[in-house]
Design a protein around this ligand. Structure first.
Ligand code: NDP
Length: 272
């Protein structure tokens, strides 16, 4: 029998997740069906319950429901607890809902895919929202020399730095507090969505440094367009999307799909 999965979001019609999971299923010979479901803004929990009643086994959760999913779960993984968000739901044999988050590990795996060594590196993270909170533990586990978090609302960055100080050297503040240069700058703000660029110092990258934007699209984001002429090597969030999906697929099916083919397919569909 075919097992059912889906992604819940609002809006969700442009989600690439159904395409990614169909490719994973084909490649690994797993019999699954994966759809996109737009839940009403105040109806996510009911939508999940209905999906389960209809035979659903698990789901991805995207904006704006990651926080509600976190609050709804009966059991949470360690990394979901630390992230304060859930992007993967798994229906347990006892009918209980287990929640995990794969976004942070997805980004770190994408960096590994591109052979970015993080140990001993100085890293700047822009933003202090849910995606950055989910990233900090897997990033700090790679033993960078320092992680600096800069955010428009400086207090949120300071709070995050306090919350993760047990895992390594991490400090937080506003954009005006950024000092020195970095081996990797990760844009985890949603500024790119609006075509905005956070106010950044001109001298930001070490020689051979990288700029990473969690966002992706049919052309480079404003942040990547800014970073390129300043000497950085560029990566967008498409690989993160594929890697977080692969980790969810593994949680559901206990099989690791090969992500390289799906990366190529998606890149071609974006036309650059
Ligand atoms: P949140 O809404 O939780 O956080 C948004 C962050 O962006 C906050 O730090 C906010 O600052 C900052 N911000 C928003 N607008 C501006 C602006 N104009 N200038 C400067 N800072 C701004 O969002 P998420 O953390 O969930 O998502 C962040 C980004 O990551 C999104 O672009 C999302 O698409 C992407 N993402 C990509 C994934 C992938 O698989 N590739 C997975 C998950 C997320 P303040 O606190 O001051 O409001």
């Amino acid at each position: 029998m075919t097992d059912r999965y889906c992604v819940f979001g609002h809006p969700v019609e442009h989600s690439k997740s159904p395409l990614i999971h169909a490719e994973f299923a084909h490649q690994t010979g797993q019999s699954i069906e994966y759809s996109a479901i737009e839940a009403p803004l105040d109806g996510f929990v009911d939508a999940w319950r209905q999906f389960v009643a209809d035979g659903g086994r698990g789901a991805n959760v995207t904006l704006p429901f990651k926080q509600t999913a976190f609050e709804m779960c009966d059991t949470l993984s360690h990394r979901a607890k630390r992230a304060g968000a859930v992007n993967t739901l798994i229906l347990g044999g006892n009918g209980r809902t287990y929640g995990d988050t794969t976004d942070g590990v997805g980004l770190v795996r994408d960096l590994a895919y591109h052979r970015l060594e993080l140990a001993g590196k100085r890293i700047l993270v822009l933003g202090a929202g849910g995606a950055v909170r989910g990233l900090l533990e897997p990033l700090l586990q790679k033993a960078p020399s320092e992680v600096v978090i800069a955010n428009r609302t400086a207090t949120k960055a300071q709070q995050l730095a306090d919350d993760f100080a047990d895992l390594g050297k991490v400090q937080g503040g506003g954009y005006e507090d950024i000092q020195g240069t970095f081996d990797l700058v990760i844009n985890g703000t949603s500024a790119s969505l609006a075509g905005d660029l956070p106010p950044l110092p001109e001298q930001l990258f070490n020689k051979g440094g990288w700029a990473y934007d969690m966002m992706y699209g049919s052309e480079p984001t404003v942040f990547l367009q800014w970073a390129g002429p300043r000497g950085a090597k560029l990566l967008d969030g498409l690989g993160m999307l594929v890697e977080q999906a692969a980790e969810s697929f593994f949680l559901w099916r206990n099989v690791h799909p090969d992500t390289s083919m799906v990366r190529d397919t998606l890149r071609q569909s974006l036309n650059y």
